[in-house]
Design a protein around this ligand. Structure first.
Ligand SMILES: C[S@@+](CC[C@H](N)C(=O)[O-])C[C@H]1O[C@@H](n2cnc3c(N)ncnc32)[C@H](O)[C@@H]1O
Length: 246
């Protein structure tokens, strides 16, 4: 029997496919310096877990490196294959990764670790990585120290119960070593339309009643029309942990 909180989380986790298009247009990329910090230089096989439409995958690609994407949503996988036709994208989750034991040098999970059940995902990632491999977790967060960005967040909170902000980083334990953290600050050039897509692609906005969703989007549009921002300030929050030798 699932609890209401679990049902809400499952509905939101499964909602992404319906908004793959807006997601692709509205979500920001990841800064290269964050990827350099998250993936060891020698990594030849890298898994992008919860790859979505491949926003992080694009930054993970490098000469001499093979990237494999894992994604549960059929809609996201379809959009992924249109954007990155030469990168394999497998159906799977953090709890069940369709890859052999010790087959990857690094696994990165962007904006998705909060959806997994860490009790099952931590040993599963430990199974797929080679000893000495790295687990990387990353989130792009809007920089709310900027006043109009703080106002945007206030509007979102008025309408939508934002998903629990528990990123579950502290639940990464054995067989991994200590978790390290590094933040990267940057600004993503973005038009008002891009910002609207970014809001519309949030799982907790997608799942609102249509009339309430429209009202929320109207208020966001009014704010953006007033502020006319030239870009969105972001903090990219990164974590990494090494798989211990057996
Ligand atoms: C916010 S999107 C992030 C997509 C992509 N990584 C990015 O950075 O743009 C979250 C993704 O996690 C996926 N997801 C949901 N539950 C998951 C799970 N248990 N294991 C792995 N991925 C999951 C969703 O289908 C969705 O594509």
């Amino acid at each position: 029997m699932t609890t209401p909180e679990e049902r809400r989380k499952n509905a939101q986790a499964g909602s992404f496919g319906t908004a793959a298009e807006a997601y692709e247009r509205g979500r920001p990329p990841y800064p290269p310096e964050a990827v350099t910090w998250l993936v060891p230089e020698h990594a030849k096989i890298v898994v992008d877990l919860g790859a979505g439409t491949g926003k992080l995958t694009r930054a993970l690609r490098a000469p001499g490196r093979e990237v494999v994407a894992v994604e549960p949503s059929a809609g996201m996988r379809e959009r992924f294959s249109q954007v990155l036709p030469d990168v394999p994208v497998l159906e799977g989750t953090g709890e069940s990764i369709p890859l052999p034991d010790r087959s990857a040098d690094a696994l990165v999970c962007a904006q998705a670790w909060h959806w997994v059940d860490p009790e099952r995902a931590v040993p599963e990632v430990g199974r797929v990585l080679r000893p000495g491999g790295w687990l990387g977790l990353v989130w792009n967060l809007r920089d709310v120290s900027v006043p109009w960005v703080a106002e945007l967040d206030r509007i979102l909170r008025d309408y939508a119960a934002a998903p629990t902000e528990d990123r579950q980083v502290e639940r990464v334990g054995a067989p991994f070593g200590p978790v390290e953290r590094q933040d990267f600050r940057w600004r993503y050039p973005m038009t008002a339309d891009d910002a609207m897509d970014m809001v519309a692609s949030r799982s907790y906005v997608i799942t609102l009643e249509p009339a309430i969703r429209e009202e929320l989007l109207g208020r966001v549009r009014a704010l953006l029309d007033t502020e006319r921002p030239s870009g969105m300030p972001y903090v990219t929050e990164c974590y990494r942990a090494e798989l211990r030798q057996p």
